[in-house]
Design a protein around this ligand. Structure first.
Ligand SMILES: *[C@@H]1O[C@H](CO)[C@@H](O)[C@H](O)[C@H]1NC(C)=O
Ligand SMILES: *[C@@H]1O[C@H](CO)[C@@H](O)[C@H](O)[C@H]1NC(C)=O
Ligand SMILES: *[C@@H]1O[C@H](CO)[C@@H](O)[C@H](O)[C@H]1NC(C)=O
Length: 353
């Protein structure tokens, strides 16, 4: 089971050993003791000795206090605190006006360790939406979820990400195959990891879906907090959330359902198979999910030139999530449509035509 990363490596690495390193002072002190202290000085020579010291102190503490801070910062030449992203994004998620969030949402992006570039994109896409000026009314945490690392380079590069961002969950006991039980392992692991500070909803999301967090938060905020199953209904031509299940692109479960899945024999016995279908199956067998909400058409697939089913259609101003953004050009198209970078200010540092 992954344990949460240490909160602040600066504290543990920055000053270690430095505090005990005052040997020069200590030995001077000892020498002074051995020689019975300073030779006796007249009042005027004392003043002569002290004056430059006082002046120096004055200069350092009052004239250049900033330089001191700067040096302190530079000497602690370590990356930002572990979990900087996580810590700052959760800090950022809090509105400027301090106000209790309406609910807490965990978005687990199920992805593979090797997809570094996609995670870089997703961190920006979600990190920017969590910025304080956006005034999200919910507390949202985004975590990237893998099964066990299986290559030596991953065992270095993923720790690098964890140190820098602190937003990774590595599951034990699953294989990197969405239909091999990863969702079951994710949900049951999350139930244990966050048992002390549960979320209201846990969302399973793909790494090729773009969620517009303000729209998602508005939509989820209106839902019951219990026994709730939310997403885009399958089959594509059905709008009935009770008919089958929610598409795996992104669906949310209330915390009580996550706990139930973690402990239910029904889920454990049917953990391997088409992951989104199984989630629907568990709830059906268990008689769970009395509150269901179909977010179609606002959660939808990217529209292919020749549409293959009714899950896909064009971007809409009311879109909550777009799925099947499998390439950078598609991400760019989506982000452009939703004016995601429209706030960029002109600058002498770049020209973007
Ligand atoms: C967030 O709230 C601040 C202060 O009330 C306001 O100025 C700002 O326009 C809001 N931002 C958005 C994106 O609504
Ligand atoms: C789960 O599987 C075990 C072993 O096959 C069986 O004994 C048990 O009845 C099953 N439970 C459910 C709820 O299906
Ligand atoms: C993007 O900005 C344009 C121009 O201001 C506006 O007409 C359009 O409605 C915006 N699109 C969305 C999805 O907000």
């Amino acid at each position: 089971m992954p344990s949460s990363p240490p909160r602040n490596p600066l504290k543990s690495t920055g000053n270690n050993g430095k505090l005990g390193d005052h040997h020069p002072v200590n030995s001077l002190h000892a020498a002074m003791k051995r020689h019975g202290g300073f030779p006796r000085l007249s009042a005027s020579s004392k003043a002569l000795v002290l004056l430059p010291l006082v002046l120096l102190a004055f200069i350092f503490f009052f004239v250049y206090p900033k330089e001191f801070e700067l040096q302190a910062m530079m000497s602690a030449c370590a990356p930002p605190a572990t979990g900087a992203y996580a810590a700052s994004s959760s800090r950022l998620a809090e509105p400027a006006v301090v106000r209790k969030p309406d609910f807490r949402l965990l978005i687990g992006v199920l992805t593979r360790a090797d997809l570094y570039e996609r995670r870089h994109l997703l961190r920006m896409v979600y990190g920017l939406q969590l910025a304080p000026g956006n005034n999200l009314t919910a507390h949202v945490d985004v975590r990237f979820v893998f099964c066990r690392l299986y290559k030596d380079d991953q065992r270095v590069l993923v720790p690098l990400e964890i140190l820098a961002h602190g937003d990774v969950i590595i599951l034990d006991g699953c294989e990197e195959n969405l239909n091999g039980g990863k969702t079951y392992t994710f949900l049951s692991t999350v139930a244990a990891l966050y048992a002390d500070e549960p979320y209201d909803y846990v969302m399973k999301a793909d790494d090729d879906i773009f969620f517009r967090l303000p729209q998602l938060v508005d939509s989820l905020g209106a839902m019951p907090r219990e026994d709730m199953y939310y997403g885009a209904t399958i089959p594509c031509d059905s709008m009935d959330p009770f008919r089958e299940y929610m598409a795996g692109m992104g669906y949310a479960l209330s915390w009580d359902l996550v706990e139930w899945i973690a402990t239910s024999e029904v889920a454990r016995n049917h953990s391997v198979g088409t992951e989104d279908m199984l989630t629907g199956l568990w709830l059906r067998i268990g008689g769970k999910g009395k509150n269901r909400f179909n977010a179609k058409p606002a959660i939808h697939d990217y529209r292919n030139p020749v549409p293959v089913d009714q899950c896909e259609h064009e971007f809409m101003p009311s879109t909550i999530g777009v799925h099947r953004l499998k390439s950078n050009p598609r991400w760019a198209e989506a982000l452009k449509y939703f004016n995601f970078t429209a706030g960029l200010q002109p600058s002498k540092f770049y020209k973007i035509d």
